[in-house]
Ligand binder design. Sequence first.
Ligand code: S3P
Length: 428
Amino acid sequence: MGGVFVKPITGVKGEIRVPGDKSISHRAALLGGMAFGETHVTDFLLGQDCLSTLKCLRELGVAWERQGTEVWLHGQGMDEWREPTNILDAGNSGTTFRLMLGVLAGSPFSVTLTGDDSLRSRPMRRVTEPLKQMGARILGRREGNLAPITMQGGYLQGQSFQTEVASAQVKSALLLAGLRAKGETSVQEPSRSRDHTERMLRGFGVEVHSSGNLVKLQGGGRLTGQEVSVPGDISSAAFFLVLGSLVEKGELLLPEVGINPTRTGIIDVLKAMGADIEFLKSSEICGEPRATLRVRPSHLKGIELGGDLIPRLIDEIPILALAASLAEGETVIRDASELRVKETDRIARVAEGLNALGAKIEELPDGMRIHGQRTLRGGEASSFGDHRLAMAWAVAGMLSQEGVSVENMTAADVSFPDFLEIIKKVVL
Ligand code: S3P
């Protein structure tokens, strides 16, 4: 295999500013494009996924400019969006695809959305079915389950939905469609998923009611352009939280990381495993809490997790599995079958990938059982084009005995461009 070789390290010291939150960057671009007036976004994530959202907006007639991580969107309201003359390409981004379907369901024109090989194999019925019930006309492979998907939007009627899976993409798509529907739209989830859409909609001037796992809004809300400052992505910070916990020496500071409680499951779990993680400076900007995180080396122990915690750390399970492989004792992860329909089947790929490096992981239908061994040999691992696997394998290389050769490391660009270059700056 001719991958990028990542060699073992013993310590890390310094400060890392992780890139902007992926979920919040997508929403800032979408809401800015839907609003009336200018929206100015700072610390926008330049990962491929969020750039896909911006590109789709341009095809729909939304004017924007970008300079580095600053984006200006010149929103004129959704009535000014126009039928795209080409197929919209969401690339690898499930968030772009599903949220865009919701946003466009109320537009009186037709649009076809597609994506890369991975996205074209991911389930879309969870969004297309409820949107059909609201009134959108949708066609796609496997009865609207697989992209490419064509939608003729138009008149929508608000509905009450009870979703089978806790998914912020589904909830957000339905709320965004609900904004343009007649009457009330509500979404009741089995567990609470990330609530960035609700928070940002309020910031743009829309009334959104949340109680427990239920969210509702009235159709017809008008969005007004805003100033949006995007916090650092806790899902990106998670790689450093694990690295900083498991090296022999040093200390890492991660300033301005988003600590929205619907996302901090990874911190709760690492702390329960014995990690030394502290919040140093906390603040709230644009309705989202953030803090400087400090992490120091510690001795981690295995843990059992499942239930409502899973949606709060779903994207962090690959790196958590690495932490558990290097912890003392057994870790069991359950209720995470959603991992099977992410960018890759992250249960199969994580178990297979880490086992090839010397870990001991058994696949479960909805998770995995990890026998912690305190050391990891190293070897070769492929990202299979999945950004979070690429970064998990790179961290595995640093924490291993022999290093890891990571095939397709560039996949990391989807959510964290320059990941390896940034780490090099803090290696002791
Ligand atoms: C996201 C929601 C989650 C998450 C994804 C981003 C979002 O997906 O895994 O990386 O921005 O809404 P699901 O909605 O499928 O759980």
